[in-house]
Design a protein. Sequence first.
Length: 151
Amino acid sequence: MDMVHIEKTTYYPYSLLLLADPSEEMVNGYIYSSDCLVAMVDGIVRGVVVVQKQTEESAEVMNLAVEEAFQRRGIARQLLQYVSDSWAPANGITILRVCTGTSAPGPLMLYQQEGFDLKELDRDYFVRHYPEPIFENGVQCRHRLILEKEL
């Protein structure tokens, strides 16, 4: 596992953010009202998580991405754990929410391993909200899964 340093930033790493959310317009819709945390490996940004307070006690992970060459090294897991263990308590958050597509099994497994539980399915969310079809693993991303974790 890489030695990772996590810090808050206002320098938004769009190349990473767009890996998780291909719409720059959607990213711009939430990035400025959220906290952006980056994972640094050897002083270089390799991962990002964006968290937005929804209510006094709940927040949503809006974006989670790791540079492709650094994926499957535990960086996304460390970012999620940082949000749960440090960011959330510091912000009075007791419920974390995350939404993901049905076409990428890796993120869904990670979220479940980190204690997130499936709450609902939003059918055709990505068809309704994105101008271009999104494909992952050769499958069109259509539905959104909504997961929650109680802290």
